[in-house]
Ligand binder design. Sequence first.
Ligand code: SAM
Length: 248
Amino acid sequence: PGHLYVVATPIGNLGDLSPRALAVLGGVDAICAEDTRNSAALLSHFGLRKPLLALHDHNEEQVAAGLVGRLASGESLALVSDAGTPLVSDPGFRLVRAAREAGLPVVALPGPCAAIAALSVSGIASDRFLFVGFLPAKSGQRRAALEDLASEPATLLLYESSHRIAEAATDLAAVLGTRRVCIARELTKLFEQSEVMAAADLPGWIAADANRGKGEFVLVVEGAARREAVAGGADVARILRVLVRELG
Ligand code: SAM
């Protein structure tokens, strides 16, 4: 059978496409892409032309079976997303799962990932982290999601777009204001910037310069201190349940 290669692509700087990724993209029969126009532009920059197959959240379930059939018949396929590592807040999970269920080889071509890049420059504890991805779009739900995460001891990795960064910063300041946060924007791009501050100061920092609200963002948020984690609501409830069970 053919191989399914899961290929990470640049999150800004095209120099981050690895030589091995380039060789694999040049060698496969077709490339599954989240946005075929976007990926066609990337390929043409590197002088490659390949058949592109659209694979996005709305059609992945339907097209996965056909793609698995192509792999089984000996075609090799690459999977890319618009930027960074496929499956990380991007499509691909259903295809990879279907390929594995069919017993087909799935090979990783590792490379850029915005969350990991931000973590690596944040100076915030990196021994344990929780990838959260995008928070809910509505403020009420976003605050509730942050409250659910308040007792989590691991460092939190959040994605945000320019549309919501200011609102998300306001909610983060309200719910987790004392935590340290690293805001990383436009990583690997011309206006790359990363700053560490208390979450309470984040809305003011963004508002101080119109450019700071533009681009693509990762927020790296310090986890709950162990003490806080134990005293946090969710854990108190769990401890009480255990005590009640033991006593009863
Ligand atoms: N699969 C990608 C990865 O591996 O990072 C993430 C895709 S997700 C749909 C897009 C989000 O990733 C953006 O809204 C932003 O939060 C983050 N992101 C992507 N590129 C970035 C960059 N150059 N700098 C900061 N954040 C970035």
